[in-house]
Write a protein that binds this ligand. Structure first.
Ligand code: HEM
Length: 472
C-alpha cells in the first residue's frame, strides 16, 4: 500500500481509485452561498487536490495554486478532450448527466487532440483585429461598445433621473450580447433577437432545448452567409485562418464565442459594479477607479472574483501524483481558479487593501490554453463599467451585498440580478454618445452601429423597455 503525507499532513493515500473514494457532492446549498467555506473544508480534509462528486460523477478538484499551475502548464501530462476520460469510455458517465450538454459540444475550449493546435492558431488570428489597439476594427469595436452602453443607460433613465434598476438584466447582460452580435457580423441589430436564445440556454430553464436548436440553426445560417460573402467580422476571419472548417464546426465555434462573450463579460461587469460600490476589498477597487485606473480595477475584480471559477476538465495522461493523491490515467481533473486564489501560497502575497493587484492570478487560465480574448473582454467590460460610473452620479446597491442572489453553476460565479438605486448625472435625455470619427469609421459601407430605429423595434429592445421601473 502506498502512503504519502501531504502538505496538510493528514491524508494517507493508497491505491484507491477515485470511484471508490465516495466523494462528497460539491454543488450544495453551502457552495452556492459560501463557496470559499466549501473550498477551505476540502483543503483541510484532503490538501491541495480533493475528490468531489459533480452531480453524480466523481472528479478531482484542484484547490492548490501550485498544483493548478502544474496542471495548466503541462498540456501533454494533463490534456483536455473527453476522449481521454476513462469513466466515460467505460460507459460510467450517465447519458443524462446535467453537465453533459455543456461539455459534449466539441469546440476549442473543450477539445484536445491533434486538431486543437490549428484551431487555436485560427482563433488567435481571428481575434487579432478586434484586440490590437492600433487596428481600425478594434477602434470601431470600442466606439460601438460606448454607443451601446450609452443607449442602454439612456433606456434605464427613461424610468426617471433617479430610480431603481436591475443592472444585470438591463445592462450587464444585454451589452455583451450586442457586442457579440457586432463580432459575429450580423447585419444591423438582426442578431440581437436570435442571440437572446443564448440567455435561455444559459438559464437552463424548460425552454433551453428548443432555444439551443434555434440558436445553432441561426449560427449555421450565419456561417453559410459568411462563407459565401466574407466580411470584416469574426466568422470571416476564422474561416480565412482555417479554411478547412466545416460549416458545422464553424457554427460550434461561433456558439462558443457567443457563450463566452455574453456570459463571462456580463459577469465581470456586474462583479465590478458590486466591488466598486460596495467597497469590497477595502475600497481599493473604488480607489483605483477614481484614480482613472480602470484596467487595474478590472484586474483586481477578475482576480478577486473570477467569472470562470472551475475550468473545463483535463485528464491525467498517466498515473501522476498531485497533491496528496495519485491521479489515475484518465481521471478527470477540474482546476478551481477561485480555490487556488484562496490558497495561502497565493493569497498570502496579495494585499487586499493595495490598489495594485498581481498579474499572477489564474482568472484567464494559464499555459497554452489560456484565454485568447483577454484584451477584448477586458476592453468591453472596462468601457461598459466606465460609462456606468460616468453617466450615473450615484449608484448604490438596493440590497446588502451579502444578500445579492448568485446563480448556481458548476463553472461560473455570477449574479442572478443586480438591483441598484441610481441617479443620473445628466438630464435623462440622451447624453452625446461618441459617434464614429473618421478614425473609427468603417472603410466599407457597413454601418458601425445598427440603425437605432431598427433596434428599437427589436424584441430585445421591447424586452428591455418592459424592465424599466419608475422612480422610488
Ligand atoms: C471576462 C471574460 C472572460 C473570462 C474571465 C475568460 C476566462 C477564460 C479562462 C479561465 C479560460 C481557460 C479555461 C481552461 O483553461 O479550461 C478561457 C479560455 C478561452 N476563452 Fe475566455 N474568458 C473570457 C472571455 C472570453 C471571450 C469574450 C471569448 C471570445 C471572444 C473567450 C474565448 C476563449 C477561448 C476560445 C478559450 C479556449 C482557449 C483554449 O483552450 O485554447 N473568452 N477563458
Amino acid at each position: 500500500m502506498e502512503s504519502q503525507v501531504g502538505e496538510s499532513g493528514s491524508v494517507n493515500v493508497d491505491g484507491t481509485r477515485l470511484e471508490e473514494l465516495t466523494p462528497q457532492p460539491l454543488l450544495t446549498r453551502d457552495y452556492e452561498t459560501r463557496p470559499s467555506l466549501v473550498y477551505e473544508r476540502l483543503r483541510r480534509q484532503h490538501g491541495p487536490v480533493a475528490p468531489v462528486d459533480l452531480l453524480g460523477v466523481p472528479a478531482w478538484l484542484v484547490l492548490g495554486y501550485r498544483e493548478a499551475l502544474q496542471v495548466l502548464q503541462d498540456d501533454d501530462a494533463w490534456p483536455k478532450g473527453l476522449e481521454n476520460w476513462r469513466a466515460r469510455t467505460e460507459g460510467e458517465v450517465p447519458a443524462d448527466w446535467p453537465l453533459g450538454p455543456s461539455l459534449e459540444v466539441n469546440h476549442v475550449l473543450i477539445q484536445g487532440g491533434p486538431g486543437y493546435g490549428s484551431l487555436r492558431t485560427a482563433w488567435d488570428a481571428a481575434l487579432k483585429p478586434f484586440q490590437d489597439p492600433g487596428h481600425p476594427q478594434a477602434k470601431r469595436l470600442k466606439a460601438a461598445v460606448t454607443a451601446y452602453a450609452d443607449d442602454l443607460i439612456t433606456l434605464v433613465g427613461q424610468g426617471g433621473g433617479t430610480g431603481v434598476a436591475d443592472l444585470s438584466a438591463q445592462f450587464s447582460r444585454p451589452l455583451p450580447l450586442m457586442v457579440a452580435s457586432h463580432l459575429l457580423g450580423f447585419p444591423g441589430s438582426q442578431g440581437d433577437d436570435a442571440l437572446m436564445d443564448m440567455w435561455r440556454v444559459l438559464d437552463a430553464g424548460p425552454d433551453a432545448e428548443p432555444a439551443l436548436e434555434r440558436l445553432l440553426a441561426t449560427l449555421a445560417e450565419l456561417a453559410a452567409v459568411k462563407l459565401k460573402e466574407p466580411g470584416d467580422d469574426f466568422p470571416s476571419h476564422l474561416l480565412a485562418a482555417h479554411p478547412d472548417l466545416s460549416l458545422d464546426e464553424l457554427a460550434r465555434e461561433l456558439f462558443m464565442l457567443l457563450g463566452m462573450t455574453s456570459d463571462h463579460v456580463g459577469i465581470l461587469m456586474s462583479n465590478t459594479v458590486v466591488e466598486v460600490i460596495s467597497g469590497d476589498g477595502d475600497g481599493a477597487a473604488r480607489a483605483s477607479l477614481s484614480a482613472g485606473m480602470i484596467r487595474e480595477t478590472m484586474n483586481r475584480v477578475v482576480m478577486r472574483k473570477p467569472p470562470l471559477v472551475n475550468f473545463v476538465p483535463r485528464f491525467a495522461a498517466q498515473d501522476t501524483p498531485l497533491g496528496n493523491y495519485t491521479i489515475r490515467a484518465g481521471d478527470p481533473v477540474w482546476v478551481s481558479s477561485s480555490a487556488a486564489h484562496a490558497d495561502p501560497l497565493f493569497a498570502g502575497h496579495v494585499a487586499a487593501s493595495s490598489t495594485i493587484s498581481t498579474r499572477a492570478h489564474l482568472s484567464w487560465g494559464a499555459g497554452r490554453r489560456q484565454c485568447p480574448a483577454r484584451e477584448l473582454a477586458s476592453t468591453v467590460a472596462a468601457v461598459g463599467v466606465g460609462r456606468l460610473f460616468e453617466r450615473f452620479s450615484h449608484l448604490d446597491l438596493a440590497l446588502p451585498a451579502d444578500q445579492l442572489p448568485w446563480r448556481s453553476s458548476p463553472f461560473m460565479r455570477g449574479l442572478r440580478s443586480l438591483p441598484v438605486r441610481y441617479q443620473l448625472a445628466a438630464p435623462p435625455e440622451r447624453a452625446p454618445a461618441p459617434r464614429p470619427t473618421p478614425d473609427t469609421a468603417p472603410e466599407s459601407a457597413d454601418p458601425v452601429l445598427p440603425d437605432r430605429s431598427a433596434r428599437q423595434r427589436s424584441s430585445l429592445w421591447r424586452y428591455l423597455t418592459g424592465l424599466i421601473r419608475g422612480p422610488r
